[in-house]
Design a protein around this ligand. Structure first.
Ligand code: GH3
Ligand code: MG
Ligand code: MG
Ligand code: MG
Length: 327
């Protein structure tokens, strides 16, 4: 058994005896529905011996409800489930958004060719006669669960990768790539309609000192809080991004220099007034930011030049004592 921490998720890579690697985020769960005592006992024991948790359901509606709400990794349904039969439950699970990826096995108490065909038509992943085919069923259950866990693992990683293509995972703000895309887009629009667009570049003051005193993890918490303050203080049409380590950008479409400097002042104040943990060790006793503002087309004609101009304004804000806004 191996363990490692992936970005945003903890998982264990498990190698069952002789089997392929299985990506596990938790103990697999198996829903067992409508099986009679003399078959259910050995089946549940066999599943638990494989290391799975089991959930029981007594009727078709109960199985459907638990199959959808409890996210099992496999459903084993009796053909003769009370009220709604196993094949119908299978059909409905496969049709529901939340349960359509869960494998289903149908069990019968005697060989029934038409039920076997019906199960396959309903999308079931296996059909077994119990108790005679118990061994085969358990082997099939193992391979279906392996596939399901690998599917979940890939899906989760895909979702993380897809969201991180646009946003910075720490602050939830847009990332650098999205910043450049947005700035190009907004400048193209401003150019076309002869409008103004301002950019604020924001850098935390003496942040190295905060990290050195309190550690990188506490520093990261500050970055997260600063990002939250920016999201809360900007207009809906403004775009906030994390530009680099402790540097942020706010794109303000339809905003001239005067309005941008008021907005920049609002951002500065939001940070200066916020009670960050352990900020009393910072120079001046409080955690602050400096803000540099540049405006299109007054200061620059391209995205790159606008960023340079905001960077120079930021540099002046630092030179003149920090915790201030420069245009
Ligand atoms: P000033 O900007 O006021 O001139 O001083 P500073 O100390 O903030 O400036 P500097 O650019 O020298 O240092 C930036 C520091 O920011 C370096 C590093 O300790 C910290 N930093 C950069 N990226 C991250 C990050 O992702 N997480 C944390 N916790 N700290 C970071
Ligand atoms: Mg910096
Ligand atoms: Mg700096
Ligand atoms: Mg700094």
């Amino acid at each position: 058994v191996q363990s490692r921490t992936g970005k945003g998720s903890t998982f264990t890579v498990l190698f069952p005896k002789g089997g392929p690697p299985v990506h596990m985020v938790r103990t697999p769960r198996v829903l067992v529905a409508g099986l009679e005592g003399e078959v259910a006992g050995p089946l549940l024991a066999g599943l638990r011996e494989e290391g799975y948790d089991t959930i029981s359901a007594s009727s078709g509606p109960d199985a459907l409800d638990k199959g959808i709400s409890m996210a099992p990794d496999l459903c084993i349904l009796s053909l003769s489930l009370p009220e709604v039969g196993g094949i119908d439950v299978c059909l409905r699970l496969k049709a529901h958004e939340r349960s359509k990826q869960i494998p289903v096995i149908i069990t019968a108490s005697y060989p029934d060719r038409s039920a076997k065909v019906g199960s396959a038509q309903a999308g079931a992943d296996g059909f077994f006669v119990l108790p005679s085919e118990m061994g085969e069923l358990l082997l099939k259950a193992r391979s279906l669960i392996t596939q399901k866990l690998n599917y979940d693992f890939l899906k989760r990683n895909y979702e993380i990768a897809a969201s991180e293509a646009f946003t910075d995972p720490l602050t939830g703000l847009f990332n650098l790539r999205q910043f450049w895309l947005s700035l190009d887009h907004e400048l193209a629009r401003a150019r076309r309609y002869r409008r103004k667009c301002s950019l604020a570049m924001i850098d935390i003051d003496f942040f190295k000192q905060y990290n050195d005193r309190h550690g990188h993890l506490r520093g990261d918490e500050v970055l997260k809080e600063v990002g939250g303050l920016f999201s809360a203080s900007i207009r809906n049409s403004d775009i906030a991004a994390r530009y680099g380590g402790e540097e942020f950008m706010v794109i303000m479409p339809e905003t001239n220099r005067d309005l941008a400097s008021i907005a920049g002042e609002k951002l500065r104040r939001a940070v200066a007034d916020h009670p960050f943990p352990l900020q009393e060790t910072q120079p001046g006793g409080t955690l602050t930011v400096s803000v540099g503002i540049a405006t299109f087309p007054d200061d620059a004609t391209t995205a790159r030049e606008l960023v340079d101009a905001a960077d120079q304004a930021l540099y002046r804000a630092k030179q003149q004592g920090r915790n201030r806004v420069e245009c």
